[in-house]
Design a protein around this ligand. Structure first.
Ligand SMILES: *Cc1c(COP(=O)(O)O)cnc(C)c1O
Length: 411
């Protein structure tokens, strides 16, 4: 499973495709994904986890229809957090019986549609939501398949915005309260599992193992009381390398789950987003200007925080490589976009060689990149291209200016 990026004859390539050729064809800013790498990551996790695990792709990481279709053809399940994601998965050919639906704020319409199409499981996050699900199932004359998403109260040691399994977080139900709900009689609900998701970009597997043990012990208590549960959903959150991290391998991750859950007769579900698609993607951008303010050097590029929010939102690091292989280490500069916010940056004091007109690739942009993009500052959203073998295909056209105001006219 080799990383998709390398220099060949001094030019940066993604697998066999010269990225400069894609800029020529599609302009900048443009997201480019390696379909080969995404497939290999999926298969590596599927193989390590084995046939007793439903490997769901967390759609919110990157919801492009063509990537969803590619994963659906490999047999992936899907973890969704909205009715919009549900429809995307269905349009892409995903199997509703392999969908789990997470999220704290599911609307009536979203729950109804999920039950109508027959999804695998609703991960319910509160007593109030359980009542809503039960009422809608009664109206439809069905039994809703439900796992309660519990809050295992473990610290995943990640950025506070993406830590979701701590007691003070808005997500999940405290284990003691979940136990009470499971013990009650809900005639229109079929409890089929227990779910949790403790956070994202986890580099240490110990908290995942600890959460799995807490879920296991709850599972065993409920089974002892005669509740016929079938699966444990351990969520997602496996981290990737953005800079110099050492992320868990698929084998490490599978071994951690195996150690916690060995011999438990339950199906397993995991919900991986970033670990599958994060390093499959880059964002291509062109340098518009160089400038210096006194002692500080700036490289102003044509992508911005509206295209890739992670540096602004989390202070996240993304490696940046010039499309022409550099001949020297370069000088420290801030790589910034055109948006009118000081938080609009991709890198600070980064050693780079970059002049106006040069092309750059921002790495690790496959997950929470395009998916979090907006039209802020009235900037049309970027194009997306999928590279697969010798072929490369536009999988989302660049938005036009007319797209900016299409929903505001002809009312
Ligand atoms: C975001 C999310 C995931 C995926 O997280 P990654 O870090 O991308 O693996 C999985 N499950 C739930 C409930 C989520 O909210």
């Amino acid at each position: 499973m080799s990383h998709p990026l390398h220099y060949r004859h001094g030019e940066l390539c993604l697998d066999d495709t010269r990225l400069a050729d894609l800029v020529h064809a599609h302009g900048t800013p443009t997201y480019v994904y390696s379909g080969r790498y995404l497939q290999e990551r999926y298969q590596a996790f599927a193989h390590a986890l084995g046939p007793n695990t439903l490997l769901c792709y967390a759609v919110k990481a990157n919801s492009n229809l063509h990537l969803l279709g590619l994963l659906a053809r490999l047999g992936a399940g899907f973890d969704i957090v909205s009715g919009g994601e549900l429809e995307r998965v269905l349009r892409a050919g995903g199997d509703p019986r392999r969908i789990v639906f997470s999220g704290v704020g599911k609307s009536r319409a979203e729950i109804r549609r999920a039950l109508e199409v027959g999804i695998f499981c609703l991960n319910v996050e509160s007593a109030a939501e359980l009542e809503r699900v039960s009422a809608i199932a009664q109206e439809l004359g069905v039994q809703a398949p439900v796992a309660l998403r519990v809050n295992p109260d473990v610290d995943p040691g990640t950025h506070p915005y993406i830590a979701t399994g701590l007691q003070e977080s808005k997500f999940g139900i405290p284990i003691a309260e979940a136990e009470t709900l499971y013990a009650q009689s809900w005639p229109h609900v079929q409890f089929i599992g227990i779910a949790a998701h403790i956070g994202s970009q986890l580099l240490d597997l110990a908290p995942i193992g600890e959460a799995a043990r807490r879920l296991r012990s709850l599972y065993e208590r409920l089974q002892a009381h005669g509740l016929p549960l079938r699966h444990l959903d351990l969520g997602g959150g496996v981290g990737i390398r953005y800079h110099n991290e050492t992320p868990p391998t698929p084998a490490d991750y599978a071994a951690t789950l195996e150690e916690a859950l060995a011999s438990l007769p339950a199906q397993r579900v995991v919900e991986l987003g970033r670990a599958l698609v994060g390093n499959a993607g880059v964002l291509l951008t062109r340098v518009e200007y160089r400038k210096s303010n006194g002692s500080k050097e700036f490289c102003v590029v044509d992508a911005a925080m509206n295209d890739l929010l992670r540096p602004s939102l989390y202070g996240a690091w993304h490696d940046i490589l010039p499309l022409q292989e550099p001949r020297a280490a370069g000088t420290p500069m801030d790589v910034v976009g055109p948006v009118c916010e000081s938080g609009d940056f991709f890198a600070r004091n980064r050693l780079l060689q970059a002049e106006a007109g040069d092309l750059l690739a921002i790495l690790g942009a496959g997950a929470y990149g395009f998916a979090m993009s907006s039209q802020y500052n009235s900037r049309p959203r970027a194009a997306e291209v999928l590279v697969l073998g010798q072929e490369n295909r536009l999988i989302r056209r660049r938005e036009t200016l007319a797209d900016l105001w299409a929903a505001e006219e002809d009312l």
